[in-house]
Design a protein around this ligand. Sequence first.
Ligand SMILES: Nc1ncnc2c1ncn2[C@@H]1O[C@H](COP(=O)(O)OP(=O)(O)OP(=O)(O)O)[C@@H](O)[C@H]1O
Ligand SMILES: [Mg+2]
Length: 408
Amino acid sequence: MTHKKSAITIDDLGKRYLLGSGGGERYRALRDVIVNGITGLFKRDRSQQEQKEFWALRNVSLRVEEGKSFGVIGRNGAGKSTLLKLISQITEPTEGEIRLRGRVASLLEVGTGFHPELTGRENIFMNGSIMGMTNAEIKRKFDEIVDFAEIAKFLDTPVKRYSSGMYVRLAFAVAAHLETEILLIDEVLAVGDAKFQKKCLSKMENVSASGKTIMFVSHNMASVKNLCSKCIWLDSGRVKMIDDADKVIDSYLLAGEEMGAQKVWNDQDAPQNSWVKMRSVRLLNESEEPAANFKTSEPVLIELVFEVADDGNRIVTGYHMFRRGTFLFSASDQDHNEEKNIRYGKGVHKVVCVVPANLLNYGEHNLEFVIGVNNAQIKTGEVLSFRVFNDYPTEWLGEVRPKLEWRI
Ligand SMILES: Nc1ncnc2c1ncn2[C@@H]1O[C@H](COP(=O)(O)OP(=O)(O)OP(=O)(O)O)[C@@H](O)[C@H]1O
Ligand SMILES: [Mg+2]
């Protein structure tokens, strides 16, 4: 029993989506509805056939005490963003209840931010008023926000012209500075540069010290540990553990739950048969550095290292790409040249597939690797995970976002 008041009380919360509909429902920020300008062409609801049900979140109950920081962790697709979207009322719960004490400011995933046609200045005022602030209150905070975001020069530019970095800086500054009692922050910080991420984390510490309640989603365990006293670990939409942040994070890391941008197998665990053995897989950016976050305008390099026991086998490598649970495409080294079935001799081989810039849409992507050898196959299951961020602040419908030639 605690005598402290709860800022956030959640009872038996559940959210059900329809699988394969690529969105189930179009979530839409309140501010989009107010401004009412969102481009109809890409935002229109589509009629869809009956699809399989899927619970993104279920039976989640928790309390966050006033003035505390609460972490949310779990592997990709665990339901973290869904939880924050529900709390910020961007989407409706299918079941259960959420009670909040105070106003909420949030910095969530793409599609929930500013209005693209409005300038930085206009967006600050619009956000403030949506959060229930008076004009005088917003004016008082205005300079601090602009200063923190480092966008003074671009204040009167529509935010659709901002780089993703500028956009996130402004969005964070607004959420953190406005006078709300509760602050929700999703992973988005990952797009900022390292210096800005640090600045945001220390701002959150200040905000927390000043008595605001914070809910913080991150894959960066060090930041969660640093900022949060309590933490929830979500696993496939269910609560795996709620406890002191230190305990939860230790268990999470021990369980090796975090699907990352790299996987190295040891001899016994490696997917293998008598002809081939997987060694490692990883994701690289254009400069061939390991990376887990990509912009839509960047290529994604996918590397597979494997070992072949003997000469003379017919071997084909490839992978399956998934986006938010949807099978996007498969790729194979058979596309490498006209000569089908490249022959890999005895020894260790490295292949890299380049997914071109301007093909993937935003969101979490997972990879499963496959090696076909003679008439058998070895598969890794989904082992790698990465996220793609929009270069522009608008949400784009569809599983991919190809940049095509237009003849006009
Ligand atoms: N609008 C939607 N329609 C259908 N399914 C959805 C929708 N939004 C999310 N999902 C699915 O719900 C599950 C939970 O998604 P969510 O975005 O909450 O995960 P997450 O924990 O935030 O993951 P990540 O760490 O990658 O951000 C995922 O399987 C996702 O594909
Ligand atoms: Mg998320």
